[in-house]
Design a protein around this ligand. Sequence first.
Ligand code: ADP
Length: 154
Amino acid sequence: MNQRIALFPGSFDPFTKGHEDIVLRGLEIFDQVIIGIGHNANKKRYFPLDVMMQRIETTFENYPQVQVMAYDDLTANKAREMGARFLLRGLRNTTDFEYENSIAQVNRYVYEEVETVFLITSPHLAPISSTIIRDLHRYGHNIDEFLPYQIVQV
Ligand code: ADP
């Protein structure tokens, strides 16, 4: 039978408990979830790519159905290349919706068969955003409670 493979694309700078929740819930629907860190070589990240990949791998070390990779391409092209007919995304609020709506249309334009599946965030994780976590970290606040791994030594 055909495997149902989903690509979960994002910047994941950093990967948070909100993202972890989407992956774990995605596994109820899909046989395989590929976490794709979209990385433009010209754009600087706050948390280095290799550190984040390693932390995400550790987070899902007991889940062989979860893979992590970095890519520098259109998300829809990457999905097609990976044999992923589904894109997985999380929705926190109407701001997310506006953005996700346009992105989903563009992805469909690039890869006609792709289907974007949205999971509504779990309420207790809705306030978590990578942007806010970066600010907390930048000014010396501990961010451990928002992450499914220890960040230390970045
Ligand atoms: P991008 O830069 O592509 O928006 P992000 O890493 O910020 O990448 O987010 C990736 C996906 O995870 C997006 O669909 C985003 O809406 C979703 N997401 C981010 N934070 C949460 C959260 N706390 N709960 C659920 N989904 C979330």
